[in-house]
Design a protein around this ligand. Structure first.
Ligand code: ATP
Ligand code: MG
Length: 349
C-alpha cells in the first residue's frame, strides 16, 4: 500500500537570505517571511525563538539569551543556528505533522558558494524534514521570480540588492553567464549611516534607527520633495541624549560611496560580457530586485550610469522565493537549472 502520508506531502521553495528568510509552500504561495534571526540560550545552547519572535527580543533579552543572525554576507556563518531556524519554520508549517511531510525542496544559494558550503545548505534543509533537496542559483531564482525568460538563449540582467550582498548577474539558458557579487547592500547602507551621524554630528545611533533613516529619507538621486526626520541618539561628548534633524541629502552623502561600489560592479559585469549579450541587455533592460531596490531613485541612478532602461520588479522582496516556488512546482521543466547550475565565469577585479 502507498504511504498514507504521500498524498499530503508538500513541496517547498526556500530563500534563505542574510536579512529575511522566506518559504513558499506548494499550492499555497509564500507562507513564511521572517527576519533571519535566532535567539539562543547560552546556558543550554537551545534555540528559544526564531524569526520575528527572535528579532523582537533584540536588546530586551536577559544576559543568558543572545540574538544572532546566522547568515553573513549571503553565506551561512552559523550552520547549526541556520539549520535550526529552517527546521522550526518548516515544522510550524507542517503543524508538527509526520517527519517526512515535505517531498521536495528547492533552495536558492549564492552562486559563489563552495561545494562544501552548498552541501551544508542542502544538509540544513534535509535535516529539516525534506526528502529531496535541490539547489538553484539565487540569481536564477530571482530571474524566474521576475518572470524573465531564463531558459531561452537571450541575455537578461538581474541585480539583487539584498541585506548582505548585491549580486549582479547576466542569465542566459538557465544559468548565470557572468556574475559578480559584492558584500555591499542594505546592511552596509545602515553601517554607513551610523558612521556618518557619528562623524558629522557626534551622535551615536543604533542599527534600528539607521534602518528607519534609510527607509524614511534614503535616496540614490536628488529628490524633488525634500525629506527630513528628527533623530534621537547619545551625544558622544556629553554622554546625554540629544535630538538632531536629518535630511535626505545627509543620507545620500552617507551611502554615496557604497552606491558607487554597486554601480561599478554592474559596469564591471557589462564590460566583461560578450558584446552580443550586452546588446540584449540594452534592448531588454536591466531588472532590479531585493530589498535594496526599494531605495528611492536607485533605478534612476543605475539607468543614468549605464545608459539602459532599468525596472524594479514587482514585489522585489519576494522575488527569489517566488522563483524557488516556480521551480519546485515545475521540477521537470526546470530540471536543467536545478542541482547543476552552470559554473559562472570567475571575475577577478
Ligand atoms: N524601502 C526600503 N528602502 C531601502 N532599503 C530597504 C527598504 N526595504 C527594505 N530594505 C532593505 O532591504 C534589505 C533586505 O532585503 P532582502 O530581504 O532582499 O535581503 P536578503 O535576501 O535577506 O539578503 P541577501 O540576499 O543579501 O542574503 C535590508 O537591508 C533592508 O533594510
Ligand atoms: Mg536575498
Amino acid at each position: 500500500m502507498k504511504n498514507p502520508f504521500s498524498l499530503l506531502r508538500k513541496n517547498v521553495g526556500v530563500d534563505l537570505g542574510t536579512a529575511n528568510s522566506l518559504v513558499y509552500l506548494s499550492g499555497r504561495g509564500i507562507v513564511i517571511n521572517e527576519p533571519t534571526t535566532v535567539a539562543v540560550n547560552n546556558k543550554t545552547g537551545k534555540v528559544v525563538a526564531v524569526g520575528t519572535e527572535a528579532k523582537n527580543m533584540l536588546g530586551r533579552t536577559p544576559l543568558h539569551i543572545t540574538v544572532v543572525r546566522p547568515l553573513l554576507g549571503g553565506v551561512i556563518s552559523d550552520f547549526e543556528m541556520a539549520q535550526e531556524m529552517l527546521r522550526q519554520f518548516l515544522r510550524q508549517l507542517a503543524n508538527n505533522g509526520p517527519f517526512n511531510y515535505y517531498q521536495n525542496a528547492v533552495i536558492g544559494v549564492p552562486s559563489d558558494l563552495t561545494e562544501v558550503e552548498r552541501k551544508s545548505v542542502e544538509d540544513a534543509i534535509l535535516g529539516a524534514g525534506v526528502s529531496k533537496a535541490y539547489v538553484i542559483e539565487s540569481a536564477v531564482a530571482a530571474a524566474l521570480g521576475a518572470r524573465l525568460p531564463v531558459t531561452e538563449p537571450v541575455a537578461n540582467m538581474i541585480i539583487d540588492i539584498g541585506g548582505g550582498t548585491t549580486e549582479v548577474a547576466i542569465i542566459s539558458m538557465g544559468g548565470a553567464v557572468t556574475i559578480k557579487s559584492v558584500k555591499v547592500a542594505g546592511d552596509k547602507f545602515n553601517e554607513d549611516i551610523i558612521k556618518f551621524v557619528k562623524d558629522e554630528f557626534h551622535l551615536a545611533i543604533g542599527e534600528p534607527t539607521a534602518e528607519e533613516l534609510k527607509i524614511e529619507l534614503g535616496s540614490a538621486v536628488v529628490l524633488s520633495d525634500k525629506l527630513e526626520m528628527l533623530v534621537r541618539g547619545r551625544d558622544l561628548a556629553t554622554g546625554l541624549p540629544k535630538e538632531i534633524l536629518l535630511k535626505d541629502a545627509h543620507i545620500r552623502s552617507a551611502i554615496g560611496k557604497s552606491l558607487k561600489v554597486i554601480v561599478d560592479a554592474i559596469k564591471d559585469v557589462v564590460e566583461v560580457s560578450p558584446p552580443e549579450l550586452v546588446g540584449d541587455l540594452l534592448q531588454r533592460g536591466i531588472h532590479l530586485c531585493g530589498g535594496g531596490s526599494l531605495l528611492r531613485g536607485i533605478d534612476d541612478l543605475i539607468s543614468k550610469e549605464l545608459a539602459a532602461t532599468v525596472t524594479v520588479v514587482d514585489d522585489p522582496l519576494t522575488c527569489v522565493a517566488r522563483g524557488t516556488g516556480l521551480a519546485v512546482e515545475n521540477l521537470e521543466e526546470y530540471s536543467q537549472i536545478l542541482d547543476n547550475p552552470l559554473k559562472p565565469r570567475e571575475i577577478k577585479l
